[in-house]
Design a protein around this ligand. Structure first.
Ligand code: FES
Length: 155
């Protein structure tokens, strides 16, 4: 058994007797592996005594879960109401163009993954984004380009 599947099975086994344990298990697997590998789904289903389709359904319902590894940098742009009112859609459009990818995709250079978020807790300073573990408020397209340039130049 490969190590990713063994890791996923171990995390699933630790949650299988907890009510509603599938979601925390999937979070744990993604935290440990950076994604939830498709070939780990049978092991997860086996531990929870669910069908593969049921597990796959949960993974695909929640956009948070990735089937493939993220890029080195992950950018979450908030698309919730307050940020929408302050230009989040335009910011997302700018980010897609600048990075050359869609939401849930990777930039042309493979350095960035672009994801939506639904409230980052900075509603009073919208539009907001999360770059890796750092929150940024009142993000303009120009500020976005600068953040990307700084991340790109970081070792
Ligand atoms: S709505 Fe975007 S941070 Fe709350």
């Amino acid at each position: 058994m490969n190590i990713a599947i063994a890791t996923a099975r171990g995390i699933a086994a630790a949650h299988k007797d907890v009510p509603g344990g599938l979601l925390p298990a999937l979070h744990g697997i993604q935290d440990a592996l950076g994604h939830v590998p498709a070939d780990a789904v049978p092991a997860i289903a086996d531990e929870f005594n669910l069908s593969r389709a049921e597990v796959h359904g949960v993974i695909s319902y929640y956009h948070h879960f990735r089937a493939t590894p993220a890029a080195r940098h992950v950018i979450h742009i908030c698309r919730a109401e307050a940020c929408q009112a302050m230009g989040a859609d335009a910011l997302v459009a700018h980010a897609r163009k600048h990075l050359g990818c869609e939401l849930h995709g990777h930039s042309r250079d493979g350095e960035f993954t672009l994801e939506p978020a639904y409230c980052l807790g900075l509603c009073a300073s919208s539009p907001a984004l999360l770059m890796d573990d750092e929150l940024h408020a009142r993000v303009t397209p120009q500020a976005f380009d600068e953040l990307v340039a700084v991340a790109r130049s970081a070792a």
